[in-house]
Design a protein around this ligand. Structure first.
Ligand SMILES: Cc1ncc(COP(=O)(O)O)c(C=O)c1O
Length: 489
């Protein structure tokens, strides 16, 4: 496939929006018309850059297994794959003499890998935070005693509690694992300060950069700097290359000790029936045939982001978030979570969580979609403890809701609505979003919405999306059978 776009070296900020696949997609809304889709769920997954998709397409005629083939295509593919590793490391300024870049499926797999590969001892502790996505919490719980450092009412990490947790567990803490930016409040953690605290206490620093990498420049700092981030992970599907690649970066030494957690083809130098010599990282940590096209797409996306400049992207997203929050404050019944004051927004990525008084979060999300053609997300966003803390759900209520959920009723599921921006969103997107919020806040939406108690989702009565007229390659079931829904109270 020939690229119709300028080469990576020409990219400018203005190229980003037209380079988004599906930016002009028209979607159906309740009044029977079609409107341009506004995608505000970039915190979950971003659309692809056309450039990433096209470079992947240009590569496909050469697609071949890597590392062991001797043919031309395999040699080319191997070089491309290896170079993609280097670029993924350069994106966070990792010293690749001492560190390795491991390609996995996503951030979740990366954290699991990191946790699986530690030489745990009895009594080991991992300190993490209440802000974490479950992906930077549950993998640690399988191996160590996990301490969740709390947050204040706005969602900021309690630094005194963090220091205290280290003091109370002297000599036992192996990792401090913290998110670079929260997928709920957008708060950016002071990761280098956290790393200094971890190192001063003999622990290693892991940063979950799934929400940070698409929005801010990252520098893990030299390995001998006290603020150095020892391990970092991020996902390609959150940075415009959604083709199944996750990145884990950390010291070669760490991944050279012990046996890999997953074994099979590709991880060894030699195998006898009674002897195995594992390869050097990253190969020993990338069992099986790797996702070479996904790696190519990630490299192309990174190239584009780096050429545009992450500082430039951060500046744009800051403007967008500041504008959106100021406008949202005027919406009737609006409750915003996380930092909302002007001077706080520099340290917040483009994630805004909110709800509207008197309208369940799931209903707000349903109306935005059905009447506004706006894609957001609602619920607890894989960070249940943090969301409950920000919503100030007390223990008794949380326990009661847990009972209800376990019995199959999600009517009272706590949660928020989340709008999350990408580098390509613009003021028009925000204006359309805020206009719909005003309609919702003042009760001027038109649909009649019913609730499915089992899933906790709302649906406009007598409305069905006809997916097959948009994507004819699959046969779709009706999106929902209204008869299955219980009338909302
Ligand atoms: C902060 C954070 N960490 C980790 C993850 C998990 O990423 P993935 O689904 O790519 O494994 C997410 C996904 O939303 C996230 O927001």
């Amino acid at each position: 496939m020939n690229s119709t776009h300028p080469r990576a070296c020409d990219w400018k900020f203005e190229d980003l929006r037209p380079n988004i696949m599906g930016i002009d997609t028209m979607v159906p809304v309740l009044d029977g018309s079609r409107v341009p889709y506004v995608f505000l769920d970039n915190g979950a997954s971003t659309p692809s850059f056309k450039h990433a998709f096209e470079v992947m397409g240009e590569f496909m005629p050469f697609y071949s297994g890597v590392h062991r083939g001797t043919g031309f295509k395999s040699l080319l593919a191997t070089q491309v794959f290896d170079e993609a590793h280097d670029l993924a490391g350069a994106f966070v300024r990792a010293d690749l003499e001492r560190n390795t870049v491991i390609f996995l499926k996503n951030t979740t797999e990366a954290v699991n890998k990191l946790a699986n590969r530690c030489d745990w001892r009895d009594g080991d502790v991992v300190i993490t935070t209440l802000m974490e996505h479950h992906s930077d919490d549950l993998p640690w719980r399988k191996h160590a005693h996990v301490i969740h450092v709390g947050v204040d009412d706005k969602g900021y990490l309690d630094m005194d509690a963090l220091r205290d947790a280290f003091a109370r567990n002297r000599g036992k803490v192996r990792f401090l694992a913290a998110t670079g930016a929260s997928n709920i409040s957008g708060i950016i953690n002071p990761v280098h300060e956290l790393a200094e605290i971890a190192h001063a206490n003999g622990a290693l620093m892991f940063v979950d950069a799934a929400q940070l990498a698409p929005h801010r420049p990252i520098d893990v700092l030299p390995d001998d700097d006290p603020g150095h981030i020892d391990f970092i992970a991020y996902s390609a599907h959150k940075m415009y290359a959604p083709f199944g690649i996750g990145v884990l970066i950390g010291s070669k030494e760490y991944f050279s000790q012990g046996d890999p957690d997953m074994v099979g083809g590709g991880v060894v130098d030699i195998v006898e029936t009674d002897y195995v010599a594992f390869s050097a990282p990253p190969a020993r940590e990338e069992a099986g045939s790797p996702n070479v096209p996904g790696a190519v797409a990630l490299a192309a996306a990174i190239h584009m982001l780096m050429k545009v400049g992450m500082d430039r992207i951060a500046e744009h997203e800051h403007l967008l978030v500041s504008y959106a929050i100021e406008k949202m404050k005027d919406v009737p019944g609006m409750r915003l979570y996380g930092p909302v004051e002007k001077d706080e927004l520099k340290n917040k990525v483009g994630v805004i969580s909110f709800d509207i008084d008197g309208v369940p979060h799931a209903k707000v999300a349903a109306i935005l979609s059905a009447e506004g053609g706006i894609g957001v997300r609602n619920g607890c966003f894989c960070a249940h403890p943090y969301v409950k803390r920000l919503l100030q759900v007390d223990k008794e209520t949380a326990d009661r809701i847990t009972e209800e959920i376990l019995s199959g009723d999600r009517t009272n599921l706590p949660g928020m609505v989340r709008a999350s921006f990408g580098c390509y969103n613009n003021i028009d997107d925000v204006d359309r979003f805020v206009a719909m919020l005003h309609r919702i806040g003042s009760g001027e939406f038109t649909g009649d919405y019913v609730l499915d108690r089992r899933s906790g989702t709302y649906w406009p009565r007598h409305f069905n999306y006809d997916f097959s007229s948009y994507f004819p390659h699959f046969s779709f079931r009706p999106t929902t059978s209204i008869t299955e829904f219980t009338e909302a109270s």
